[in-house]
Design a protein around this ligand. Structure first.
Ligand SMILES: [Zn+2]
Length: 482
């Protein structure tokens, strides 16, 4: 019961301020100097989604679009480098698409979280001998998301019901809820691989026979459904924060370099809120634990937009730059994409590389933020479809497989620590054998000194000649006499 006019105004104020927080805007800054303006915006605390070459505009999402103009007045040098173009207020993606008169046909449009799982089930049903769906929360023992959803993967391999001693590759989409194209980049890659193999394409068949592919189209199902139903510019998940604010930026929540550098925030209403502690979010735990379990050789995480390849680290020294940057350069040449360091510490590719040596890249796909789905098919997918065949070939044809076994029993030794004398890690990187006692390492050609250590075993050191193609070595560890 509202007792007087004053309390009534107070409640109205509260309502208005809460709605103001919720209303995001997509702001286009027309500029010919995207790098300078991006840098300035980042320093001001804005998250820049990317630069559309076609529109010659940086795309920024903010609840306070007028602030950009106010700040520009105070910095005329930068202010003269851009003009504010379209400012579009938040609404549901469905509402937005209806206004644009987009025709809705489920198979020709962006999918919701449920529909995405249904698409995985369709592929599993059509290719049952080589594709199997996994409920990752159950598989990895991670609790459901805030809204009770689970995250699903399609495993494509010769025996998809098993985890085998093979090179493994991960494709991930939809860390960020509003990046609608990214789940399709993953779904379409799975479908293309399966269809190519069925139609007799030798390389696709080889990949399925010799490797293990994991496709996770939607890492952030709560956020995705919120984008479709309520706010097409929502970025984070839907975790409950203090004061009824929602959402953690999943790609700021990973534990490696968490909050150490770049564009992230401790404020829970920020677009780039890093969470209260590293790995706090179930979505992030799923991704981290999946890699801990499987040890991916490569991982590709799709985001949008900007046509760019991102590699670790934003802050920190990359000890394996010769190999890492070679793959990055080949990938960006193949796709005609630019390249840059990540926007912040705490991103998933930094964590995967640091903890397990996964050659992990973040790809910003497309030149528009949420293009009509037909444009994704026509303009974006023809480029993005080149990623999987390239990565699969790298994973199949360039590695040193190190297998560590007990000298006496021949049993595999998991968790053995590996080091290469010529590679000096500066960021506490770990390289350890998986459940099969294996580690797949892509090393530069030449003579390398390998050492293997494991508690209760004698350390073993040996010299290896790396060809840069497929090499393998079995290391036998002797138990210490205690
Ligand atoms: Zn993103």
């Amino acid at each position: 019961m509202i007792k007087n006019k004053r309390s009534c105004y107070f409640i109205l104020f509260l309502f208005l301020s809460t709605s103001a927080i919720a209303k995001n805007h997509l702001v286009e800054l027309k500029t010919e100097s995207p790098e300078e303006v991006r840098k300035w915006l980042t320093i001001q605390g804005f998250e820049v989604e990317g630069y559309s070459k076609k529109r010659k505009a940086l795309q920024v999402i903010t609840a306070f679009p007028f602030v950009i103009g106010e700040l520009a007045k105070k910095s005329p040098d930068i202010g003269s480098l851009f003009t504010i173009g379209d400012v579009t207020e938040t609404e549901s993606y469905f509402g937005f698409a209806n206004k644009k008169g987009l025709k809705w046909k489920a198979e020709e449009n962006y999918l919701g979280a449920e529909e995405s799982v249904a698409q995985l089930r369709k592929l599993e049903a059509e290719f049952p001998s080589v594709a199997k769906i996994y409920n990752l929360n159950e598989f990895l023992g991670v609790k459901a998301t805030e809204e009770g959803r689970h995250i699903y993967a399609l495993h494509v391999s010769l025996h998809p019901e098993k985890i085998e001693d093979k090179p493994k590759v991960l494709f991930l989409g939809q860390h960020h809820a509003r990046e609608l194209m990214t789940q399709h980049a993953v779904l379409d890659a799975a479908e293309a691989l399966l269809r190519d193999a069925k139609s007799g394409m030798l390389k696709a068949q080889l990949s399925i026979n010799e490797m293990s592919f994991w496709f996770v189209p939607v890492l952030n199902p709560d956020g995705l459904d919120y984008v479709l139903s309520t706010d097409r510019m929502w970025r984070k998940n839907r975790s409950r924060n203090v004061a009824n604010l929602r959402g953690v930026d999943l790609n700021r929540n990973y534990s490696v370099k968490w909050g150490v550098c770049g564009n992230n925030s401790s404020e829970s209403d920020s677009e780039v809120f890093k969470g209260l502690r590293p790995d706090s979010e179930p979505e992030v735990q799923v991704n981290e634990k999946l890699n801990e379990r499987l040890h991916f050789q490569y991982s590709i995480s799709y985001h949008s937009l900007g046509d760019e390849v991102l590699n670790p680290y934003l802050c920190g020294e990359m000890a394996e730059s010769a190999v890492y940057f070679k793959v990055r350069d080949e990938l960006s040449a193949l796709l005609q994409y630019g390249q840059r360091a990540p926007s912040s510490g705490g991103e998933d590719h930094e964590s995967h590389y640091n903890k397990l040596g996964t050659l992990a890249f973040l790809l910003e796909i497309g030149d528009e933020f949420q293009p009509d789905f037909s444009e994704y098919r026509r303009l974006v997918w023809p480029t993005v479809k080149k990623v999987l065949p390239y990565v699969a070939e790298q994973a199949r044809e360039h590695y040193l497989k190190i297998k560590v076994i007990d000298d006496e029993t021949g049993a595999s030794i998991s968790g053995a620590q590996l080091a290469i004398q010529e590679i000096v890690f500066k960021e506490n990187e770990q390289r350890t054998t998986d459940d099969f006692g294996s580690y797949w390492w892509r090393l530069p050609e030449g003579l390398k000194g390998l050492s293997v250590t494991k508690l209760n075993y004698e350390t073993q050191s040996l010299a290896l000649t790396i060809t840069g193609k497929v090499d393998s070595v079995v290391v036998r560890l002797k138990k210490k006499n205690i």
